[in-house]
Design a protein around this ligand. Structure first.
Ligand SMILES: *Cc1c(COP(=O)(O)O)cnc(C)c1O
Length: 363
């Protein structure tokens, strides 16, 4: 069957170079071959995360580390910042871990505001906070720098940040932000196959984790740190993923991080312009639009053009491209166009052309 090019916001299209690296011959995960491989990617990951801490490799999708963060760092009560499907779910996950958890709900399409977080933390009832930087379900980015500043006011609170669909597409300076956990699954902005998550922890987070019981084993942050010091992972990792990661990091640094960030911003703006010029409006609050995808309003909010999203998706798919027809409670009343990963002006133009052709057929 012919391949359908992915323009959904994860998993995204994977390059032939990345797949070739993924299929490298196997090595033992306790041998020098693997240690050399991890030692090679470590400094590049540290540059990407802008940290002196070690960056860990978790063979899991992002939820593994998102759940792990709760189990490692919440002793008292966690405040879950919510503004879309993924961030809303984190509250549920925290409760399923048996933790006391409270939601700070923003309307979908709105960012989470630092002032509101400040008010909640001022009650003194929380020892951890979860935040999704780029809420992929609504294409909305919350102001991370502003929110991270609160860490100075609440040093005891663990700031856990999901950058699954933003890390490597926009600058995130882990050490300067002063946050405690930063994580990213690799099938989104990294454009790798799903199954690997990269993350780092502050010294304070490691110290806090050491005081918690019931961290479990697979996602025990102390185990990740101890093993990473020896260029290893706690259990057998998906070694193919680590080869793919090494190859992907080569690509990142060959392009240059600044150029990569600029490319993502330019493509996101181009996609927003396409939507606006075709009579649609955007779902996110103006000024908080994602830099890796466009969440196009299609009836979820008043104003703008409305089309049959399922039909649009099908007509685009008939041309060999998969777009997303909306997620969760805004399925159909929004649709999403991803520009994350390896996309260029030329590949995005093919998407816009396919969308235009589909719109022509719809009207
Ligand atoms: C995709 C996504 C997740 C969940 O990732 P899985 O790979 O399904 O575990 C979490 N957070 C954000 C922001 C995402 O986009």
């Amino acid at each position: 069957m012919a391949h359908v090019k992915l323009h959904i916001p994860g998993p995204v299209e994977v390059s032939e170079k990345t797949f070739a690296a993924f299929c490298s011959p196997m090595v033992g995960h306790r041998g020098q071959g693997f240690k050399d491989l991890y030692a090679k990617v470590q400094p590049r990951l540290q540059t990407l995360f802008q940290t002196r801490q070690l960056v860990y490799l978790s063979t899991s999708s992002a939820w593994g580390v998102m759940e792990g963060s709760i189990r490692n760092l919440v002793a008292k009560r966690v405040l879950c910042c919510m503004c879309g499907a993924f961030s809303d779910k984190w509250l549920d996950v925290a409760r399923r871990c048996g933790k006391e958890a409270e939601g700070l709900q923003a309307e979908w399409g709105q960012p989470v505001r630092a002032e509101l977080i400040d008010k909640k933390l001022a009650t003194g009832g929380f020892d951890a906070l979860t935040l999704i930087h780029n809420e992929t379900s609504t294409g909305t980015m919350s102001p991370l720098a502003e929110i991270a500043k609160l860490k100075q006011k609440y040093p005891e609170v663990m700031f856990i940040v999901d950058a699954v669909s933003s890390l490597s597409a926009v600058e995130i300076d882990f050490d300067a932000l002063g946050i405690d956990v930063l994580l990213a699954g690799t099938q989104k902005a990294f454009a790798m196959p799903p199954g690997l998550t990269v993350f780092t922890c502050s010294q304070a987070a490691l110290a806090k984790a050491a005081t918690l019981r019931d961290r479990g084993y697979y996602f025990d942050f102390i185990e990740f740190q101890k093993n990473a010091e020896q260029h290893m992972t706690p259990s057998t990792p998906s070694i193919g993923h680590v080869y793919a990661l090494a190859s992907k990091l080569e690509d990142f640094f060959a392009e240059g991080l600044e150029a990569r960030y600029a490319r993502h911003l330019a493509l996101a703006v181009k996609t927003r312009d396409w939507a606006l010029s075709r009579g649609f409006t955007l779902f996110p609050e103006p000024g908080f639009e994602s830099v890796t995808l466009a969440c196009v309003n299609n009836g979820a909010k008043p104003g703008g053009r409305v089309v049959d999203a399922a039909k649009l998706q099908k007509l685009v798919k008939d041309q060999g491209i998969l777009i997303d027809g909306g997620y969760g409670k805004i399925k159909g009343t929004t649709f999403r166009l991803s520009s994350m990963g390896d996309e260029t002006g030329a590949t995005m133009q093919r998407l816009y052309d396919a969308l235009d052709e589909a719109l022509k057929q719809l009207s």
